[in-house]
Design a protein around this ligand. Structure first.
Ligand SMILES: Nc1ncnc2c1ncn2[C@@H]1O[C@H](COP(=O)(O)OP(=O)(O)OP(=O)(O)O)[C@@H](O)[C@H]1O
Length: 410
C-alpha cells in the first residue's frame, strides 16, 4: 500500500522591519511565492487523495457486489475449459455440458486454471474455485432457491398433482391441521413410473408453491462417483436441508441406493447398503411435521428394497404413468404455448398419433417441429411440421432399434 505523502512545512521567513523598502518588498515577494508553492503542493495532494478515495469506493462497491452474489445461493458447478485474456474463461456446465464464455471475479482471476471445478452464478460468472470437499457435496446435489416450474406447467397427471399436494404441500403449509387431527403426514413420498413423465417437475413445482429450497440428489451419482462417501453425503443432504428449511429433498433414481439385497457380498454392495442405512436412519429420526419434506423417484419400482417402503419411511406411493390421449394433448398445448403455432394445427390428431410418448418425448416433438419450420424458412409452425417431426422421431427410433439389434447379434 502507498504511504500518504507528507504535508509540506509552513513557509516561514523573518523579515526585518528595518530593511529598506525595496529589500523588504523583495523578501515579502519571496515569502508569497513560497506560500503559492505550498498551496500548489497541497492542492495536488488533495487531488491525489480524492482520486484514491474514488478508487477505494469503487473497490468497496465491487467487493460488496461480489459478496452479495456469493450470498445469493443458487450456484452451479462447472469445469474451466480455457483461460483467455481480459479476465475471461470458457466453462462447461455440469449436467447439461453447455459451454459458456464468462467473466471471473477479479479476486480469483489469477488462481483459475483449466480443469478447475468452479461455482458459477445464474449469469455464469465464476464465484469461487471449489475445493474437493465442497466439490463432492455440490456435485451430487442440485440446490435451487425457488424452482421455476409450476403446477400449470405439468400436463396429464392431475390426480398425481393432487396427491403430491396433499402429502407434501399441505404438511408444509398447514402443519396445524395434522396436529389438530392428531395424525402424522406421510414421511416420504415415492414417485414411480417410466422416465420423462414429470416426476422431477412435480417435486420442483411443490418447492415453487411452498417457497421451499429444492435440493436434488441423484442416487446413481452417489454410488458411482463417491465410493466411500455415500453415507456422509446423505448426512450432508439432510444437514443442508435443515440449514435451508423449508426444503424439499428430492432423491432421484433412489433404486441406485435402495436395491433389493443380493446374495453377493462385494465391497460395492456393502457401500450401497451403508448409504441406504444412512438414509433410513436420517428418515427415522425425522420430524414428519417439520419444514423438510422428502420425495424420491424411481423408474425401477420392482427392484426396490421393501425396507424403504415401511411406515415412517417412503410410505406414500404415487404412480406417475405415461400420459393418456388427453394428457398428451394437454402436454402438447403446454409445450407449444410459447411457440408461434399456425391456426390449422390439430393437437387432437397429434395426441392420437403419439401413443406411448412420455411428456419429455412430446416436448422434443414440439422442438423438432419448430426446427422444421425454421428449416423451411417460416416463423410459424404448421401442422405439417409436427407431422414431419413425428416421422423423423419414429425413423430415428427404428434405426436405433436396428443398430442396437445389429450390435446384439454381432
Ligand atoms: N407431465 C408433463 N407435463 C409437461 N411436461 C412434461 C411432463 N412430463 C415430462 N415433461 C417434460 O419432460 C421433461 C423431463 O421431465 P421430468 O424430468 O420431470 O421427468 P422424470 O419423470 O423425472 O424423468 P426421469 O425418470 O427420467 O428422471 C420436463 O422438463 C418437461 O419439459
Amino acid at each position: 500500500m502507498s504511504r500518504s505523502p507528507s504535508i509540506p512545512d509552513r513557509p516561514h521567513r523573518d523579515i526585518d522591519s528595518d530593511l529598506p523598502d525595496d529589500e523588504r518588498l523583495e523578501a515579502l515577494r519571496g515569502h508569497y511565492e513560497d506560500l503559492v508553492d505550498v498551496n500548489d503542493q497541497l492542492t495536488d495532494q488533495l487531488d491525489d487523495a480524492e482520486d484514491r478515495r474514488e478508487r477505494l469506493r469503487e473497490k468497496v462497491d465491487r467487493v460488496e457486489r461480489e459478496n452479495e452474489t456469493l450470498k445469493s445461493s443458487s450456484l452451479y458447478i462447472a469445469t474451466v475449459e480455457d483461460v483467455l485474456d481480459d479476465d475471461q474463461v470458457i466453462v462447461k456446465q455440469h449436467g447439461n455440458n453447455q459451454e459458456v464464455l464468462t467473466d471471473v471475479s477479479s479476486r480469483i482471476v489469477d488462481s483459475v486454471e483449466p480443469g478447475d471445478r468452479v461455482a458459477v452464478n445464474d449469469s455464469f460468472a465464476i464465484q469461487s474455485i471449489l475445493d474437493t470437499e465442497t466439490d463432492a457435496r455440490a456435485q451430487s446435489m442440485e440446490i435451487t432457491e425457488k424452482p421455476e416450474v409450476t403446477y400449470a406447467d405439468i400436463g396429464g397427471i392431475d390426480e398425481q398433482v393432487r396427491e403430491v399436494r396433499e402429502a407434501v404441500e399441505q404438511p408444509l403449509i398447514e402443519p396445524e391441521l395434522f396436529n389438530e387431527v392428531g395424525i402424522d403426514p406421510p414421511s416420504g413420498v415415492l414417485l414411480y413410473g417410466p422416465p420423462g413423465t414429470g416426476k422431477t417437475m412435480l417435486a420442483k413445482a411443490v418447492a415453487n408453491e411452498t417457497d421451499a429450497t429444492f435440493i436434488k440428489m441423484a442416487g446413481s451419482e452417489l454410488v458411482r462417483k463417491f465410493i466411500g462417501e455415500g453415507s456422509r453425503l446423505v448426512r450432508d443432504l439432510f444437514e443442508m436441508a435443515r440449514e435451508r428449511q423449508p426444503a424439499i429433498i428430492f432423491i432421484d433414481e433412489i433404486d441406485a441406493i435402495a436395491t433389493r439385497r443380493t446374495e453377493s457380498k462385494t465391497s460395492g454392495d456393502a457401500e450401497v447398503q451403508r448409504t441406504m442405512m444412512q438414509l433410513l436412519s436420517e428418515m427415522d429420526g425425522f420430524e414428519a411435521r417439520g419444514e423438510i419434506r422428502i420425495i424420491a423417484a424411481t423408474n425401477r419400482f420392482d427392484m426396490l428394497d421393501r425396507a424403504i417402503l415401511r411406515p415412517g419411511r417412503f410410505d406414500r406411493l404415487i404412480e406417475v404413468p405415461e400420459p393418456d390421449r388427453d394428457g398428451r394433448e394437454q402436454i402438447l398445448q403446454i409445450h407449444t404455448r410459447n411457440m408461434n403455432v399456425a391456426d390449422g394445427v390439430d393437437f387432437g390428431a397429434l395426441a392420437d398419433d403419439t401413443e406411448g410418448y412420455s411428456g419429455a418425448e412430446i416436448e422434443s416433438l414440439a422442438t423438432e417441429a419448430g426446427m422444421f419450420a425454421i428449416r423451411n424458412e417460416r416463423n410459424e409452425v404448421a401442422h405439417q411440421d409436427f407431422a414431419d417431426a413425428l416421422e423423423k422421431i419414429e425413423e430415428d427410433d427404428s434405426s436405433d432399434v436396428i443398430s442396437s439389434a445389429g450390435y446384439f447379434y454381432q
